[in-house]
Design a protein around this ligand. Structure first.
Ligand code: PEP
Ligand code: MG
Length: 293
């Protein structure tokens, strides 16, 4: 099947049996927002750690507001999910290297809650930027529901602070990455998350007990386990919006399994979108091949 652009101008695409599917894009460099063409449903993941790379950036509220605002304004009416800093693991922050080497498990939301001054600046920047578009905030590496509650409290407190300074702001919905296996297994206990997005890059490494891109473990061989876990977790999502933004979403080999698991919203690197769009129209929503394919 040629990789033609099959999505309609509304950003909606349908499987062979007419089930609507959304395709969003993942962006790392904020300039990639320019790849958000009319055929795309929105930004399913902006990795903010690619824009905020030092302790000085993390402390600079105005700079962060400007970066998030530009992305939201460029996206216009389309929804944008900005993920809070996922520092740690393979993503260092200049100025925090020593802390991260000493505590390898300190990553994503764990680091944000351990260094709340970093989280508070980013929360203020996101609250202020939310005025300029359709923003949702996503939390990385969530393991326990209390982590969401604590971050939501930070957002509430910072919103009050902005109010006292008479700075325009808006409370965005706050959802979570599902990329820690224990969280995926317990997804029904995350009542305070507004939405879920599967991060298969981390789910795969933590399920297979391997480092990311570890040459000793074939990630492809772990895929059936990842797909089974996702299928179980989707059933626990209690009707909340569910998407997938890990690399599996942009790989046509896994599309059938992801559709069968119940996923209907895929967020992929801009370059992957045409191939995934083409593959979707050849499949039924249960993941089986369409007649004649
Ligand atoms: C993932 O883990 O699948 C994911 C999307 O997050 P990142 O690749 O940034 O860790
Ligand atoms: Mg991840």
């Amino acid at each position: 099947v040629p990789a033609v652009d099959t999505q309609t101008v509304s950003g909606e695409l349908r499987t062979a049996d007419s089930v609507p599917i959304l395709i969003s894009i993942n962006i790392n460099d904020p300039a990639e927002i320019d790849a958000l063409d009319p055929a795309t449903a929105g930004v399913g993941l902006m990795r903010s750690e690619f824009s905020v790379t030092s302790l000085a950036d993390a402390a600079n509220e105005e700079r962060q507001v400007a970066i998030y605002r530009r992305v939201l304004e460029q996206a216009g009416e389309k929804p944008v999910i900005i993920r809070m800093l996922d520092i740690g693991g393979d993503k260092p922050l200049t100025g925090l290297e020593d802390m991260l080497i000493l505590e390898p498990g300190l990553r994503g939301i764990r680091l944000l809650l351990a260094r709340p001054e970093i989280a508070r600046v980013q929360a203020r920047a996101l609250l202020r930027a939310a005025v300029y578009g359709k923003l949702s905030v996503m939390l990385p590496m969530v393991t326990f529901p209390e982590e969401i509650d604590r971050m939501r409290e930070i957002f509430r407190e910072e919103a009050e602070r902005l109010g006292r300074r008479s700075l325009p702001h808006r409370m965005p919905p706050i959802g979570m990455m599902v990329e820690v296996p224990s969280a995926a297994l317990m997804l029904d206990t995350f009542g305070s998350a507004a939405f879920f997005s599967f991060g298969t890059n981390d789910l795969t490494q933590y399920l297979a007990a391997s480092a990311r891109d570890d040459i000793n473990v074939d990630a492809g061989k772990a895929a059936p386990a990842v797909l089974r876990l996702i299928a179980q977790a989707v059933k626990l999502a209690a009707g909340k919006p569910v998407s997938i933004c890990g690399d599996m979403a942009g790989d046509p080999r896994y599309l059938s399994g992801l559709l069968a698991a119940g996923l209907r919203h895929f967020s992929v690197a801009p370059a992957r979108r045409p191939a995934i769009s083409s593959a979707i129209i050849g499949l039924n929503a249960d993941g089986t091949k369409a007649a004649g394919e």
